[in-house]
Design a protein around this ligand. Structure first.
Ligand code: SF4
Length: 301
């Protein structure tokens, strides 16, 4: 049995930056209420580690960031790596909260692109519904139209001077048919594919794998880029792919009698958690003994 550790994988610069901002904010304001507006990144281990620093989280998948702000009455609010709309920033200010912005620079770049374009035309945004990054971007202007699949494009109204852009963490495979549907309907549209380089490089590394029996993706099921890594495996000939949130998600039937097992992780997965999975698999390959550890090795950075 051979264990292949896929490179690059794990934390991206945007996540490292967001965690650094959260840590520093908690350390610089002892005794003050510090609240994160949503999950800092979509990984429950990262959230837990931040809670241990004294940061409170308000999160409800059924509520928008604007609605979640109602649950914060004082102190410091941290905006997550996914970004927020201008309405959220304005409401935080009205409430007298001190805002700390951990939005990823790649998301901020998309926001700038969207705002500039919407002064002169309509914008089709390819993204996931009910995802905080899409919510933040779509709320920037009434001229932004969210689509998730090719069929959505035919339901759009007539648009002028169209630009097409994307959420940063989509699958480089899945986005193409949606872009094509936009171009079929609006042939003169400008296309700005904003899938970030971290997402792209992690997906391309999986696509380059050869003769793999199983791909293990270490990541939270709510993490869009982790889910996309698993999905991409199916479209590039990898026979089986599993998404687990830590070593404790492994089951022997996933790996028994396999020759080549590759391991990757989403950009919000702590590296210590992925390393623990790789160490366990390496040990299993040597001994054939499947005895899971009692604890997950969860370290923020
Ligand atoms: S996945 Fe991309 S957009 Fe998201 S935080 Fe990382 S670098 Fe930024």
């Amino acid at each position: 049995m051979e264990i292949i550790s896929v490179i690059p994988r794990g934390y991206c610069q945007g996540v490292v930056r967001a965690i650094g901002i959260a840590r520093k904010t908690a350390a610089d304001h002892p005794g003050q209420p510090v609240t994160m507006l949503g999950m800092i990144v979509h990984n429950s281990y990262v959230v837990r580690a931040c809670q241990e620093l004294g940061i409170r989280f308000v999160e409800d998948p059924g509520k928008t960031r604007l609605e979640l702000l109602d649950e914060i009455s004082e102190g410091i609010v941290i905006f997550t790596a996914h970004g927020v709309s201008d309405d959220v920033r304005a409401k935080a200010e009205e409430k007298g909260l001190t805002a700390v912005d951990a939005t990823c620079p790649d998301v901020l770049r998309t926001h700038t692109l969207v705002k500039e374009h919407c002064l002169k035309g309509d914008l089709i945004y390819i993204g996931k519904r009910n995802h905080p990054e899409s919510e933040g971007t779509v709320s920037l202007s009434s001229r932004v139209h969210l689509v998730t699949q090719p069929d959505d494009v035919s339901r759009l109204p007539d648009l002028e001077n169209v630009m097409v852009t994307t959420q940063t963490t989509l699958s480089i495979h899945d986005v193409q048919p949606v872009i094509q549907a936009c171009l079929d309907r609006f042939p003169d549209a400008a296309v700005m594919n904003e899938i970030c380089s971290a997402t792209r490089m992690r997906q391309e590394a999986v696509m380059k794998l050869k003769d793999i029996d199983v791909l293990i993706v270490v990541g939270d099921p709510r993490s869009n880029n982790s889910c996309q890594l698993k999905k991409i495996a199916g479209s590039c000939g990898i026979r089986e792919a599993w998404l687990i949130d830590s070593v404790l998600g492994l089951k022997e039937e996933m790996i028994r009698n396999k020759n080549r097992i590759a391991v990757t992780s989403g950009s919000s997965t702590p590296n210590s958690i992925t390393s623990q999975v790789i160490s366990f698999l390496t040990q299993y390959a040597k001994t054939g003994e499947f005895i899971l550890p009692e604890h997950v090795d969860n370290r923020l950075l």
